[in-house]
Design a protein around this ligand. Structure first.
Ligand code: MSP
Length: 658
């Protein structure tokens, strides 16, 4: 019997100088959706992710944290890995670039390229961005990095060069022969014209970096970050022994548009030089933006996945990211849109259809899937529409058109809602004929629900598993073969399973506030929970240690509190609980957001003296910058805020609280 066809999908390996945000999570979620989808189509799938632990940034961060590089990257890799586990995104292979299997593979690839005559020694002087680990061609001394905007440094090195120039024609021929290699189409055109413009040889070793994979026998040369990182895809599937594993070449590299060139020019060229098979496809998706800018740690505008998953469930985040933006294009991230979609599509859409259907079957058929009677044209129409949706959804998954696939699924859900509303099974009486009609309606609805549950499974793995149980269906939804999915397979007579909570409705403002509060807490963990050795929140996350119960006076002294006077106060549109204040703290007037809108009238606050924490890092609440914090007691079970104040004496504005 022939084995299953194989499919190998990768995410980029992520830098260890920060923790995953929504952008990284997006790529990893897409890889996971594809993995689940391909498995349901009968493939044996391997999904790889990992950590890129090379370079100056790691050296610096480790120094700042006061720990050896190896320990720093081990903590960070653990933090990435455990976050993926927590989000249900555990990869089949997790490669660290410090893994021995990876080091071996990089050195092997270099040897092959060199033996085949594509490596030579030379000198290189150029403008180098130490943050992006890249020389910037065409930059002059004093320029800033075109990608991150930070100053470039002039660097001269003795390097090993890779003869990239020799691959202009082979690459162009390859793109021509494999028109699907670079996706989407617009990126393909961009890369083709880049390569047509000519390729310069590429330096692939460094002597300016200590923390990297050594070039055997050529120390202090270490490999250039991209020669090292790209090879991780091959190390993950057994590197030099790739033929035995049978997973190489990769079927799909998923990347953000920022790194498409490395994947579609350098990577195939390295592999061609080594005479190894080239991956089948590279798909570059767009960015999730915050206020029209790319999220980045340095801009301080990153959205964290964990708080969203904690409050709304990981499925809600998966659904939102895939539904909101056409795969390949940029999109804006907003909590508002997230919660709106959650309530409308998940709570009121799929969740409501599932619980409504189950409740009706429970009430009128003792919880057993009824046997349908005679079919009316409207039943047939719904059946045909759903059968057609199966084809449409699969085609869209296949083309990576996730938003469209979900649209088609949700249109089937809307049809079911409409069908129930028109057919009104609850209004039918108890005559044999009416009972039979009711049975047909409810079987039809349950069958539609079964089909959308299967189709939505790759995107909503946790909640579709619950609906599967609710419908009392055998095995697991993940085991359903998509190729065999047809209308009419729901077997009558089976008992429904236990009712499950799917997507409880949330109140928008409250949900956003809770997510933001959790995100703030994760970014700035309370001092008591913060390990002493950590220099960054990332390192803190990576280094759980016993938390001291008390803090020393020196810790308290770090918090600077002053007397402030409220100058203006106004409500924030769309945020019921927040007031935007301007507060005079003696040395300046600060804008501060306070969660007191439900208890204080803005006009009555003007002139009031309050206690203010003035050295908190600025943060944004509902898009409004808040630069400090007004102190209040949390009173009663609902935590009603009562502002701390100075009723006894007319204290001076700006006086320090001790
Ligand atoms: N280490 C390199 C990749 C080496 S792969 C051989 C790297 N790492 S990274 O940590 O910067 O991650 C980059 C990837 O994260 C992007 O290619 C993209 O997949 C994802 N994203 C990071 N920010 C993003 C957004 N704001 N939006 C969407 N995805 C983004 O580059």
């Amino acid at each position: 019997m022939p084995g299953k066809p194989k499919f190998y999908v990768t995410t980029p390996i992520y830098y260890t100088n920060g923790l995953p945000h929504i952008g990284h999570t997006y790529t990893t979620i897409v890889a996971d959706v594809i993995r689940r989808y391909k498995r349901m189509r009968g493939y044996e799938v391997v999904m790889t992710t990992g950590t890129d632990e090379h370079g100056v940034n790691v050296e610096r961060a480790a120094k700042k944290a006061g720990i050896p590089e190896s320990e720093f990257v081990a903590r960070m890799a653990d933090a990435w890995r455990s976050l993926w586990d927590e989000l249900g995104l555990t990869a089949d292979e997790f490669v660290r670039t410090t893994d021995l299997r990876h080091v071996r593979t990089v050195q092997w690839l270099f040897r092959l390229c060199r033996e085949n005559g594509y490596v030579y020694k030379g000198h290189y002087t150029g403008q180098y961005c130490i943050y992006d680990n890249a020389f910037v061609t065409d930059a002059k001394p004093g320029d800033n990095c075109p990608d991150c905007g930070r100053p470039l440094e002039t660097v001269t090195e003795e390097n090993y060069f890779f003869k990239l120039s020799a691959f202009q024609k082979p690459l162009l021929d390859f793109y021509k022969k494999n028109p699907g290699f670079i996706q989407p189409e617009s990126r393909r055109n961009e890369i083709v014209s880049f390569v047509e413009g000519g390729l310069k040889d590429l330096s692939i070793t460094r002597t300016t970096i200590r923390w990297g994979i050594p070039v055997p026998g050529e120390e202090p040369h270490v490999f250039y970050v991209w020669f090292d990182a790209l090879t991780a895809y091959l190390s993950a599937v057994d590197g030099p022994e790739y033929e035995k594993r049978g997973m190489w070449p990769a079927d799909l590299h998923l990347v953000g548009k920022d790194i498409i060139r490395f994947h579609t020019v350098y990577w195939p060229a390295f592999l061609m030089a080594a005479m190894l098979p080239v991956p089948k496809q590279v798909w570059a998706h767009g960015w999730f933006l915050m206020d029209a800018a790319k999220m980045s740690k340095s801009k301080g505008n990153v959205i964290l996945p964990r708080p969203i998953a904690n409050l709304l469930g990981i499925d809600a985040l998966r659904y939102f990211l895939l539904r909101e933006v056409v795969f390949g294009q940029d999109g804006n991230f907003s909590y508002d849109a997230l919660v709106t979609r959650y309530n409308s599509d998940l709570a009121n859409g799929l969740g409501n259809l599932a619980s409504r259907t189950a409740a009706l079957i429970e009430k009128t058929f003792g919880g057993k899937i009824p046997k349908p009677g005679e079919r009316k044209p409207q039943d047939e129409a719904l059946a045909q529409e759903t059968q057609a949706a199966i084809g449409e959804v699969l085609e869209n998954y296949e083309n990576m058109s996730f938003a469209r696939a979900l649209e088609a699924i949700w249109s089937a859900i809307a049809s079911a809602d409409k069908y129930l509303t028109t057919e009104q099974p609850w209004a039918l009486g108890n005559s044999e004929q009416e009972q039979s009609r009711r049975a047909t309606i409810l079987w039809t609805t349950a069958e539609l629900l079964r089909i959308v549950t299967v189709l939505a499974h790759p995107v909503l793995p946790a909640s579709t598993a619950k609906i599967w149980t609710l419908l009392g269906l055998p095995h697991s939804v993940a085991a359903v073969e998509l190729d065999g999915l047809r209308w009419g397979q729901l077997v009558p007579g089976k008992q429904l399973g236990k009712a499950q909570t799917l997507f409880p409705r949330v109140e928008k403002d409250e949900a956003i506030e809770r997510i933001e509060a959790m995100a703030n807490e994760e970014r700035n963990p309370a001092p008591a929970a913060k390990p002493a050795a950590s220099a960054t929140p990332a390192a803190a996350a990576a280094a759980p240690q016993a938390a001291p119960e008390k803090i020393g006076i020196e810790d308290f002294a770090k918090v600077e509190m002053r007397v402030g006077q409220i100058k203006t106060a106004e409500r924030i549109v769309g945020a019921d609980k927040l007031l935007k204040l301007t507060v005079d703290i003696g040395t300046e007037i600060r804008q501060i957001c306070a969660g007191i809108a439900q208890y204080y009238e803005p006009e009555k606050l003007i002139g009031r003296k309050v206690a203010v924490v003035v050295n908190l890092a600025p943060r944004k609440l509902r898009g409004v910058e808040s630069n400090g914090m007004v102190i209040a007691a949390a009173v009663g079970p609902e935590g009603r805020p009562v502002l701390a104040g100075f009723p006894d004496e007319d204290v001076e504005i700006g006086a320090r609280l001790k």
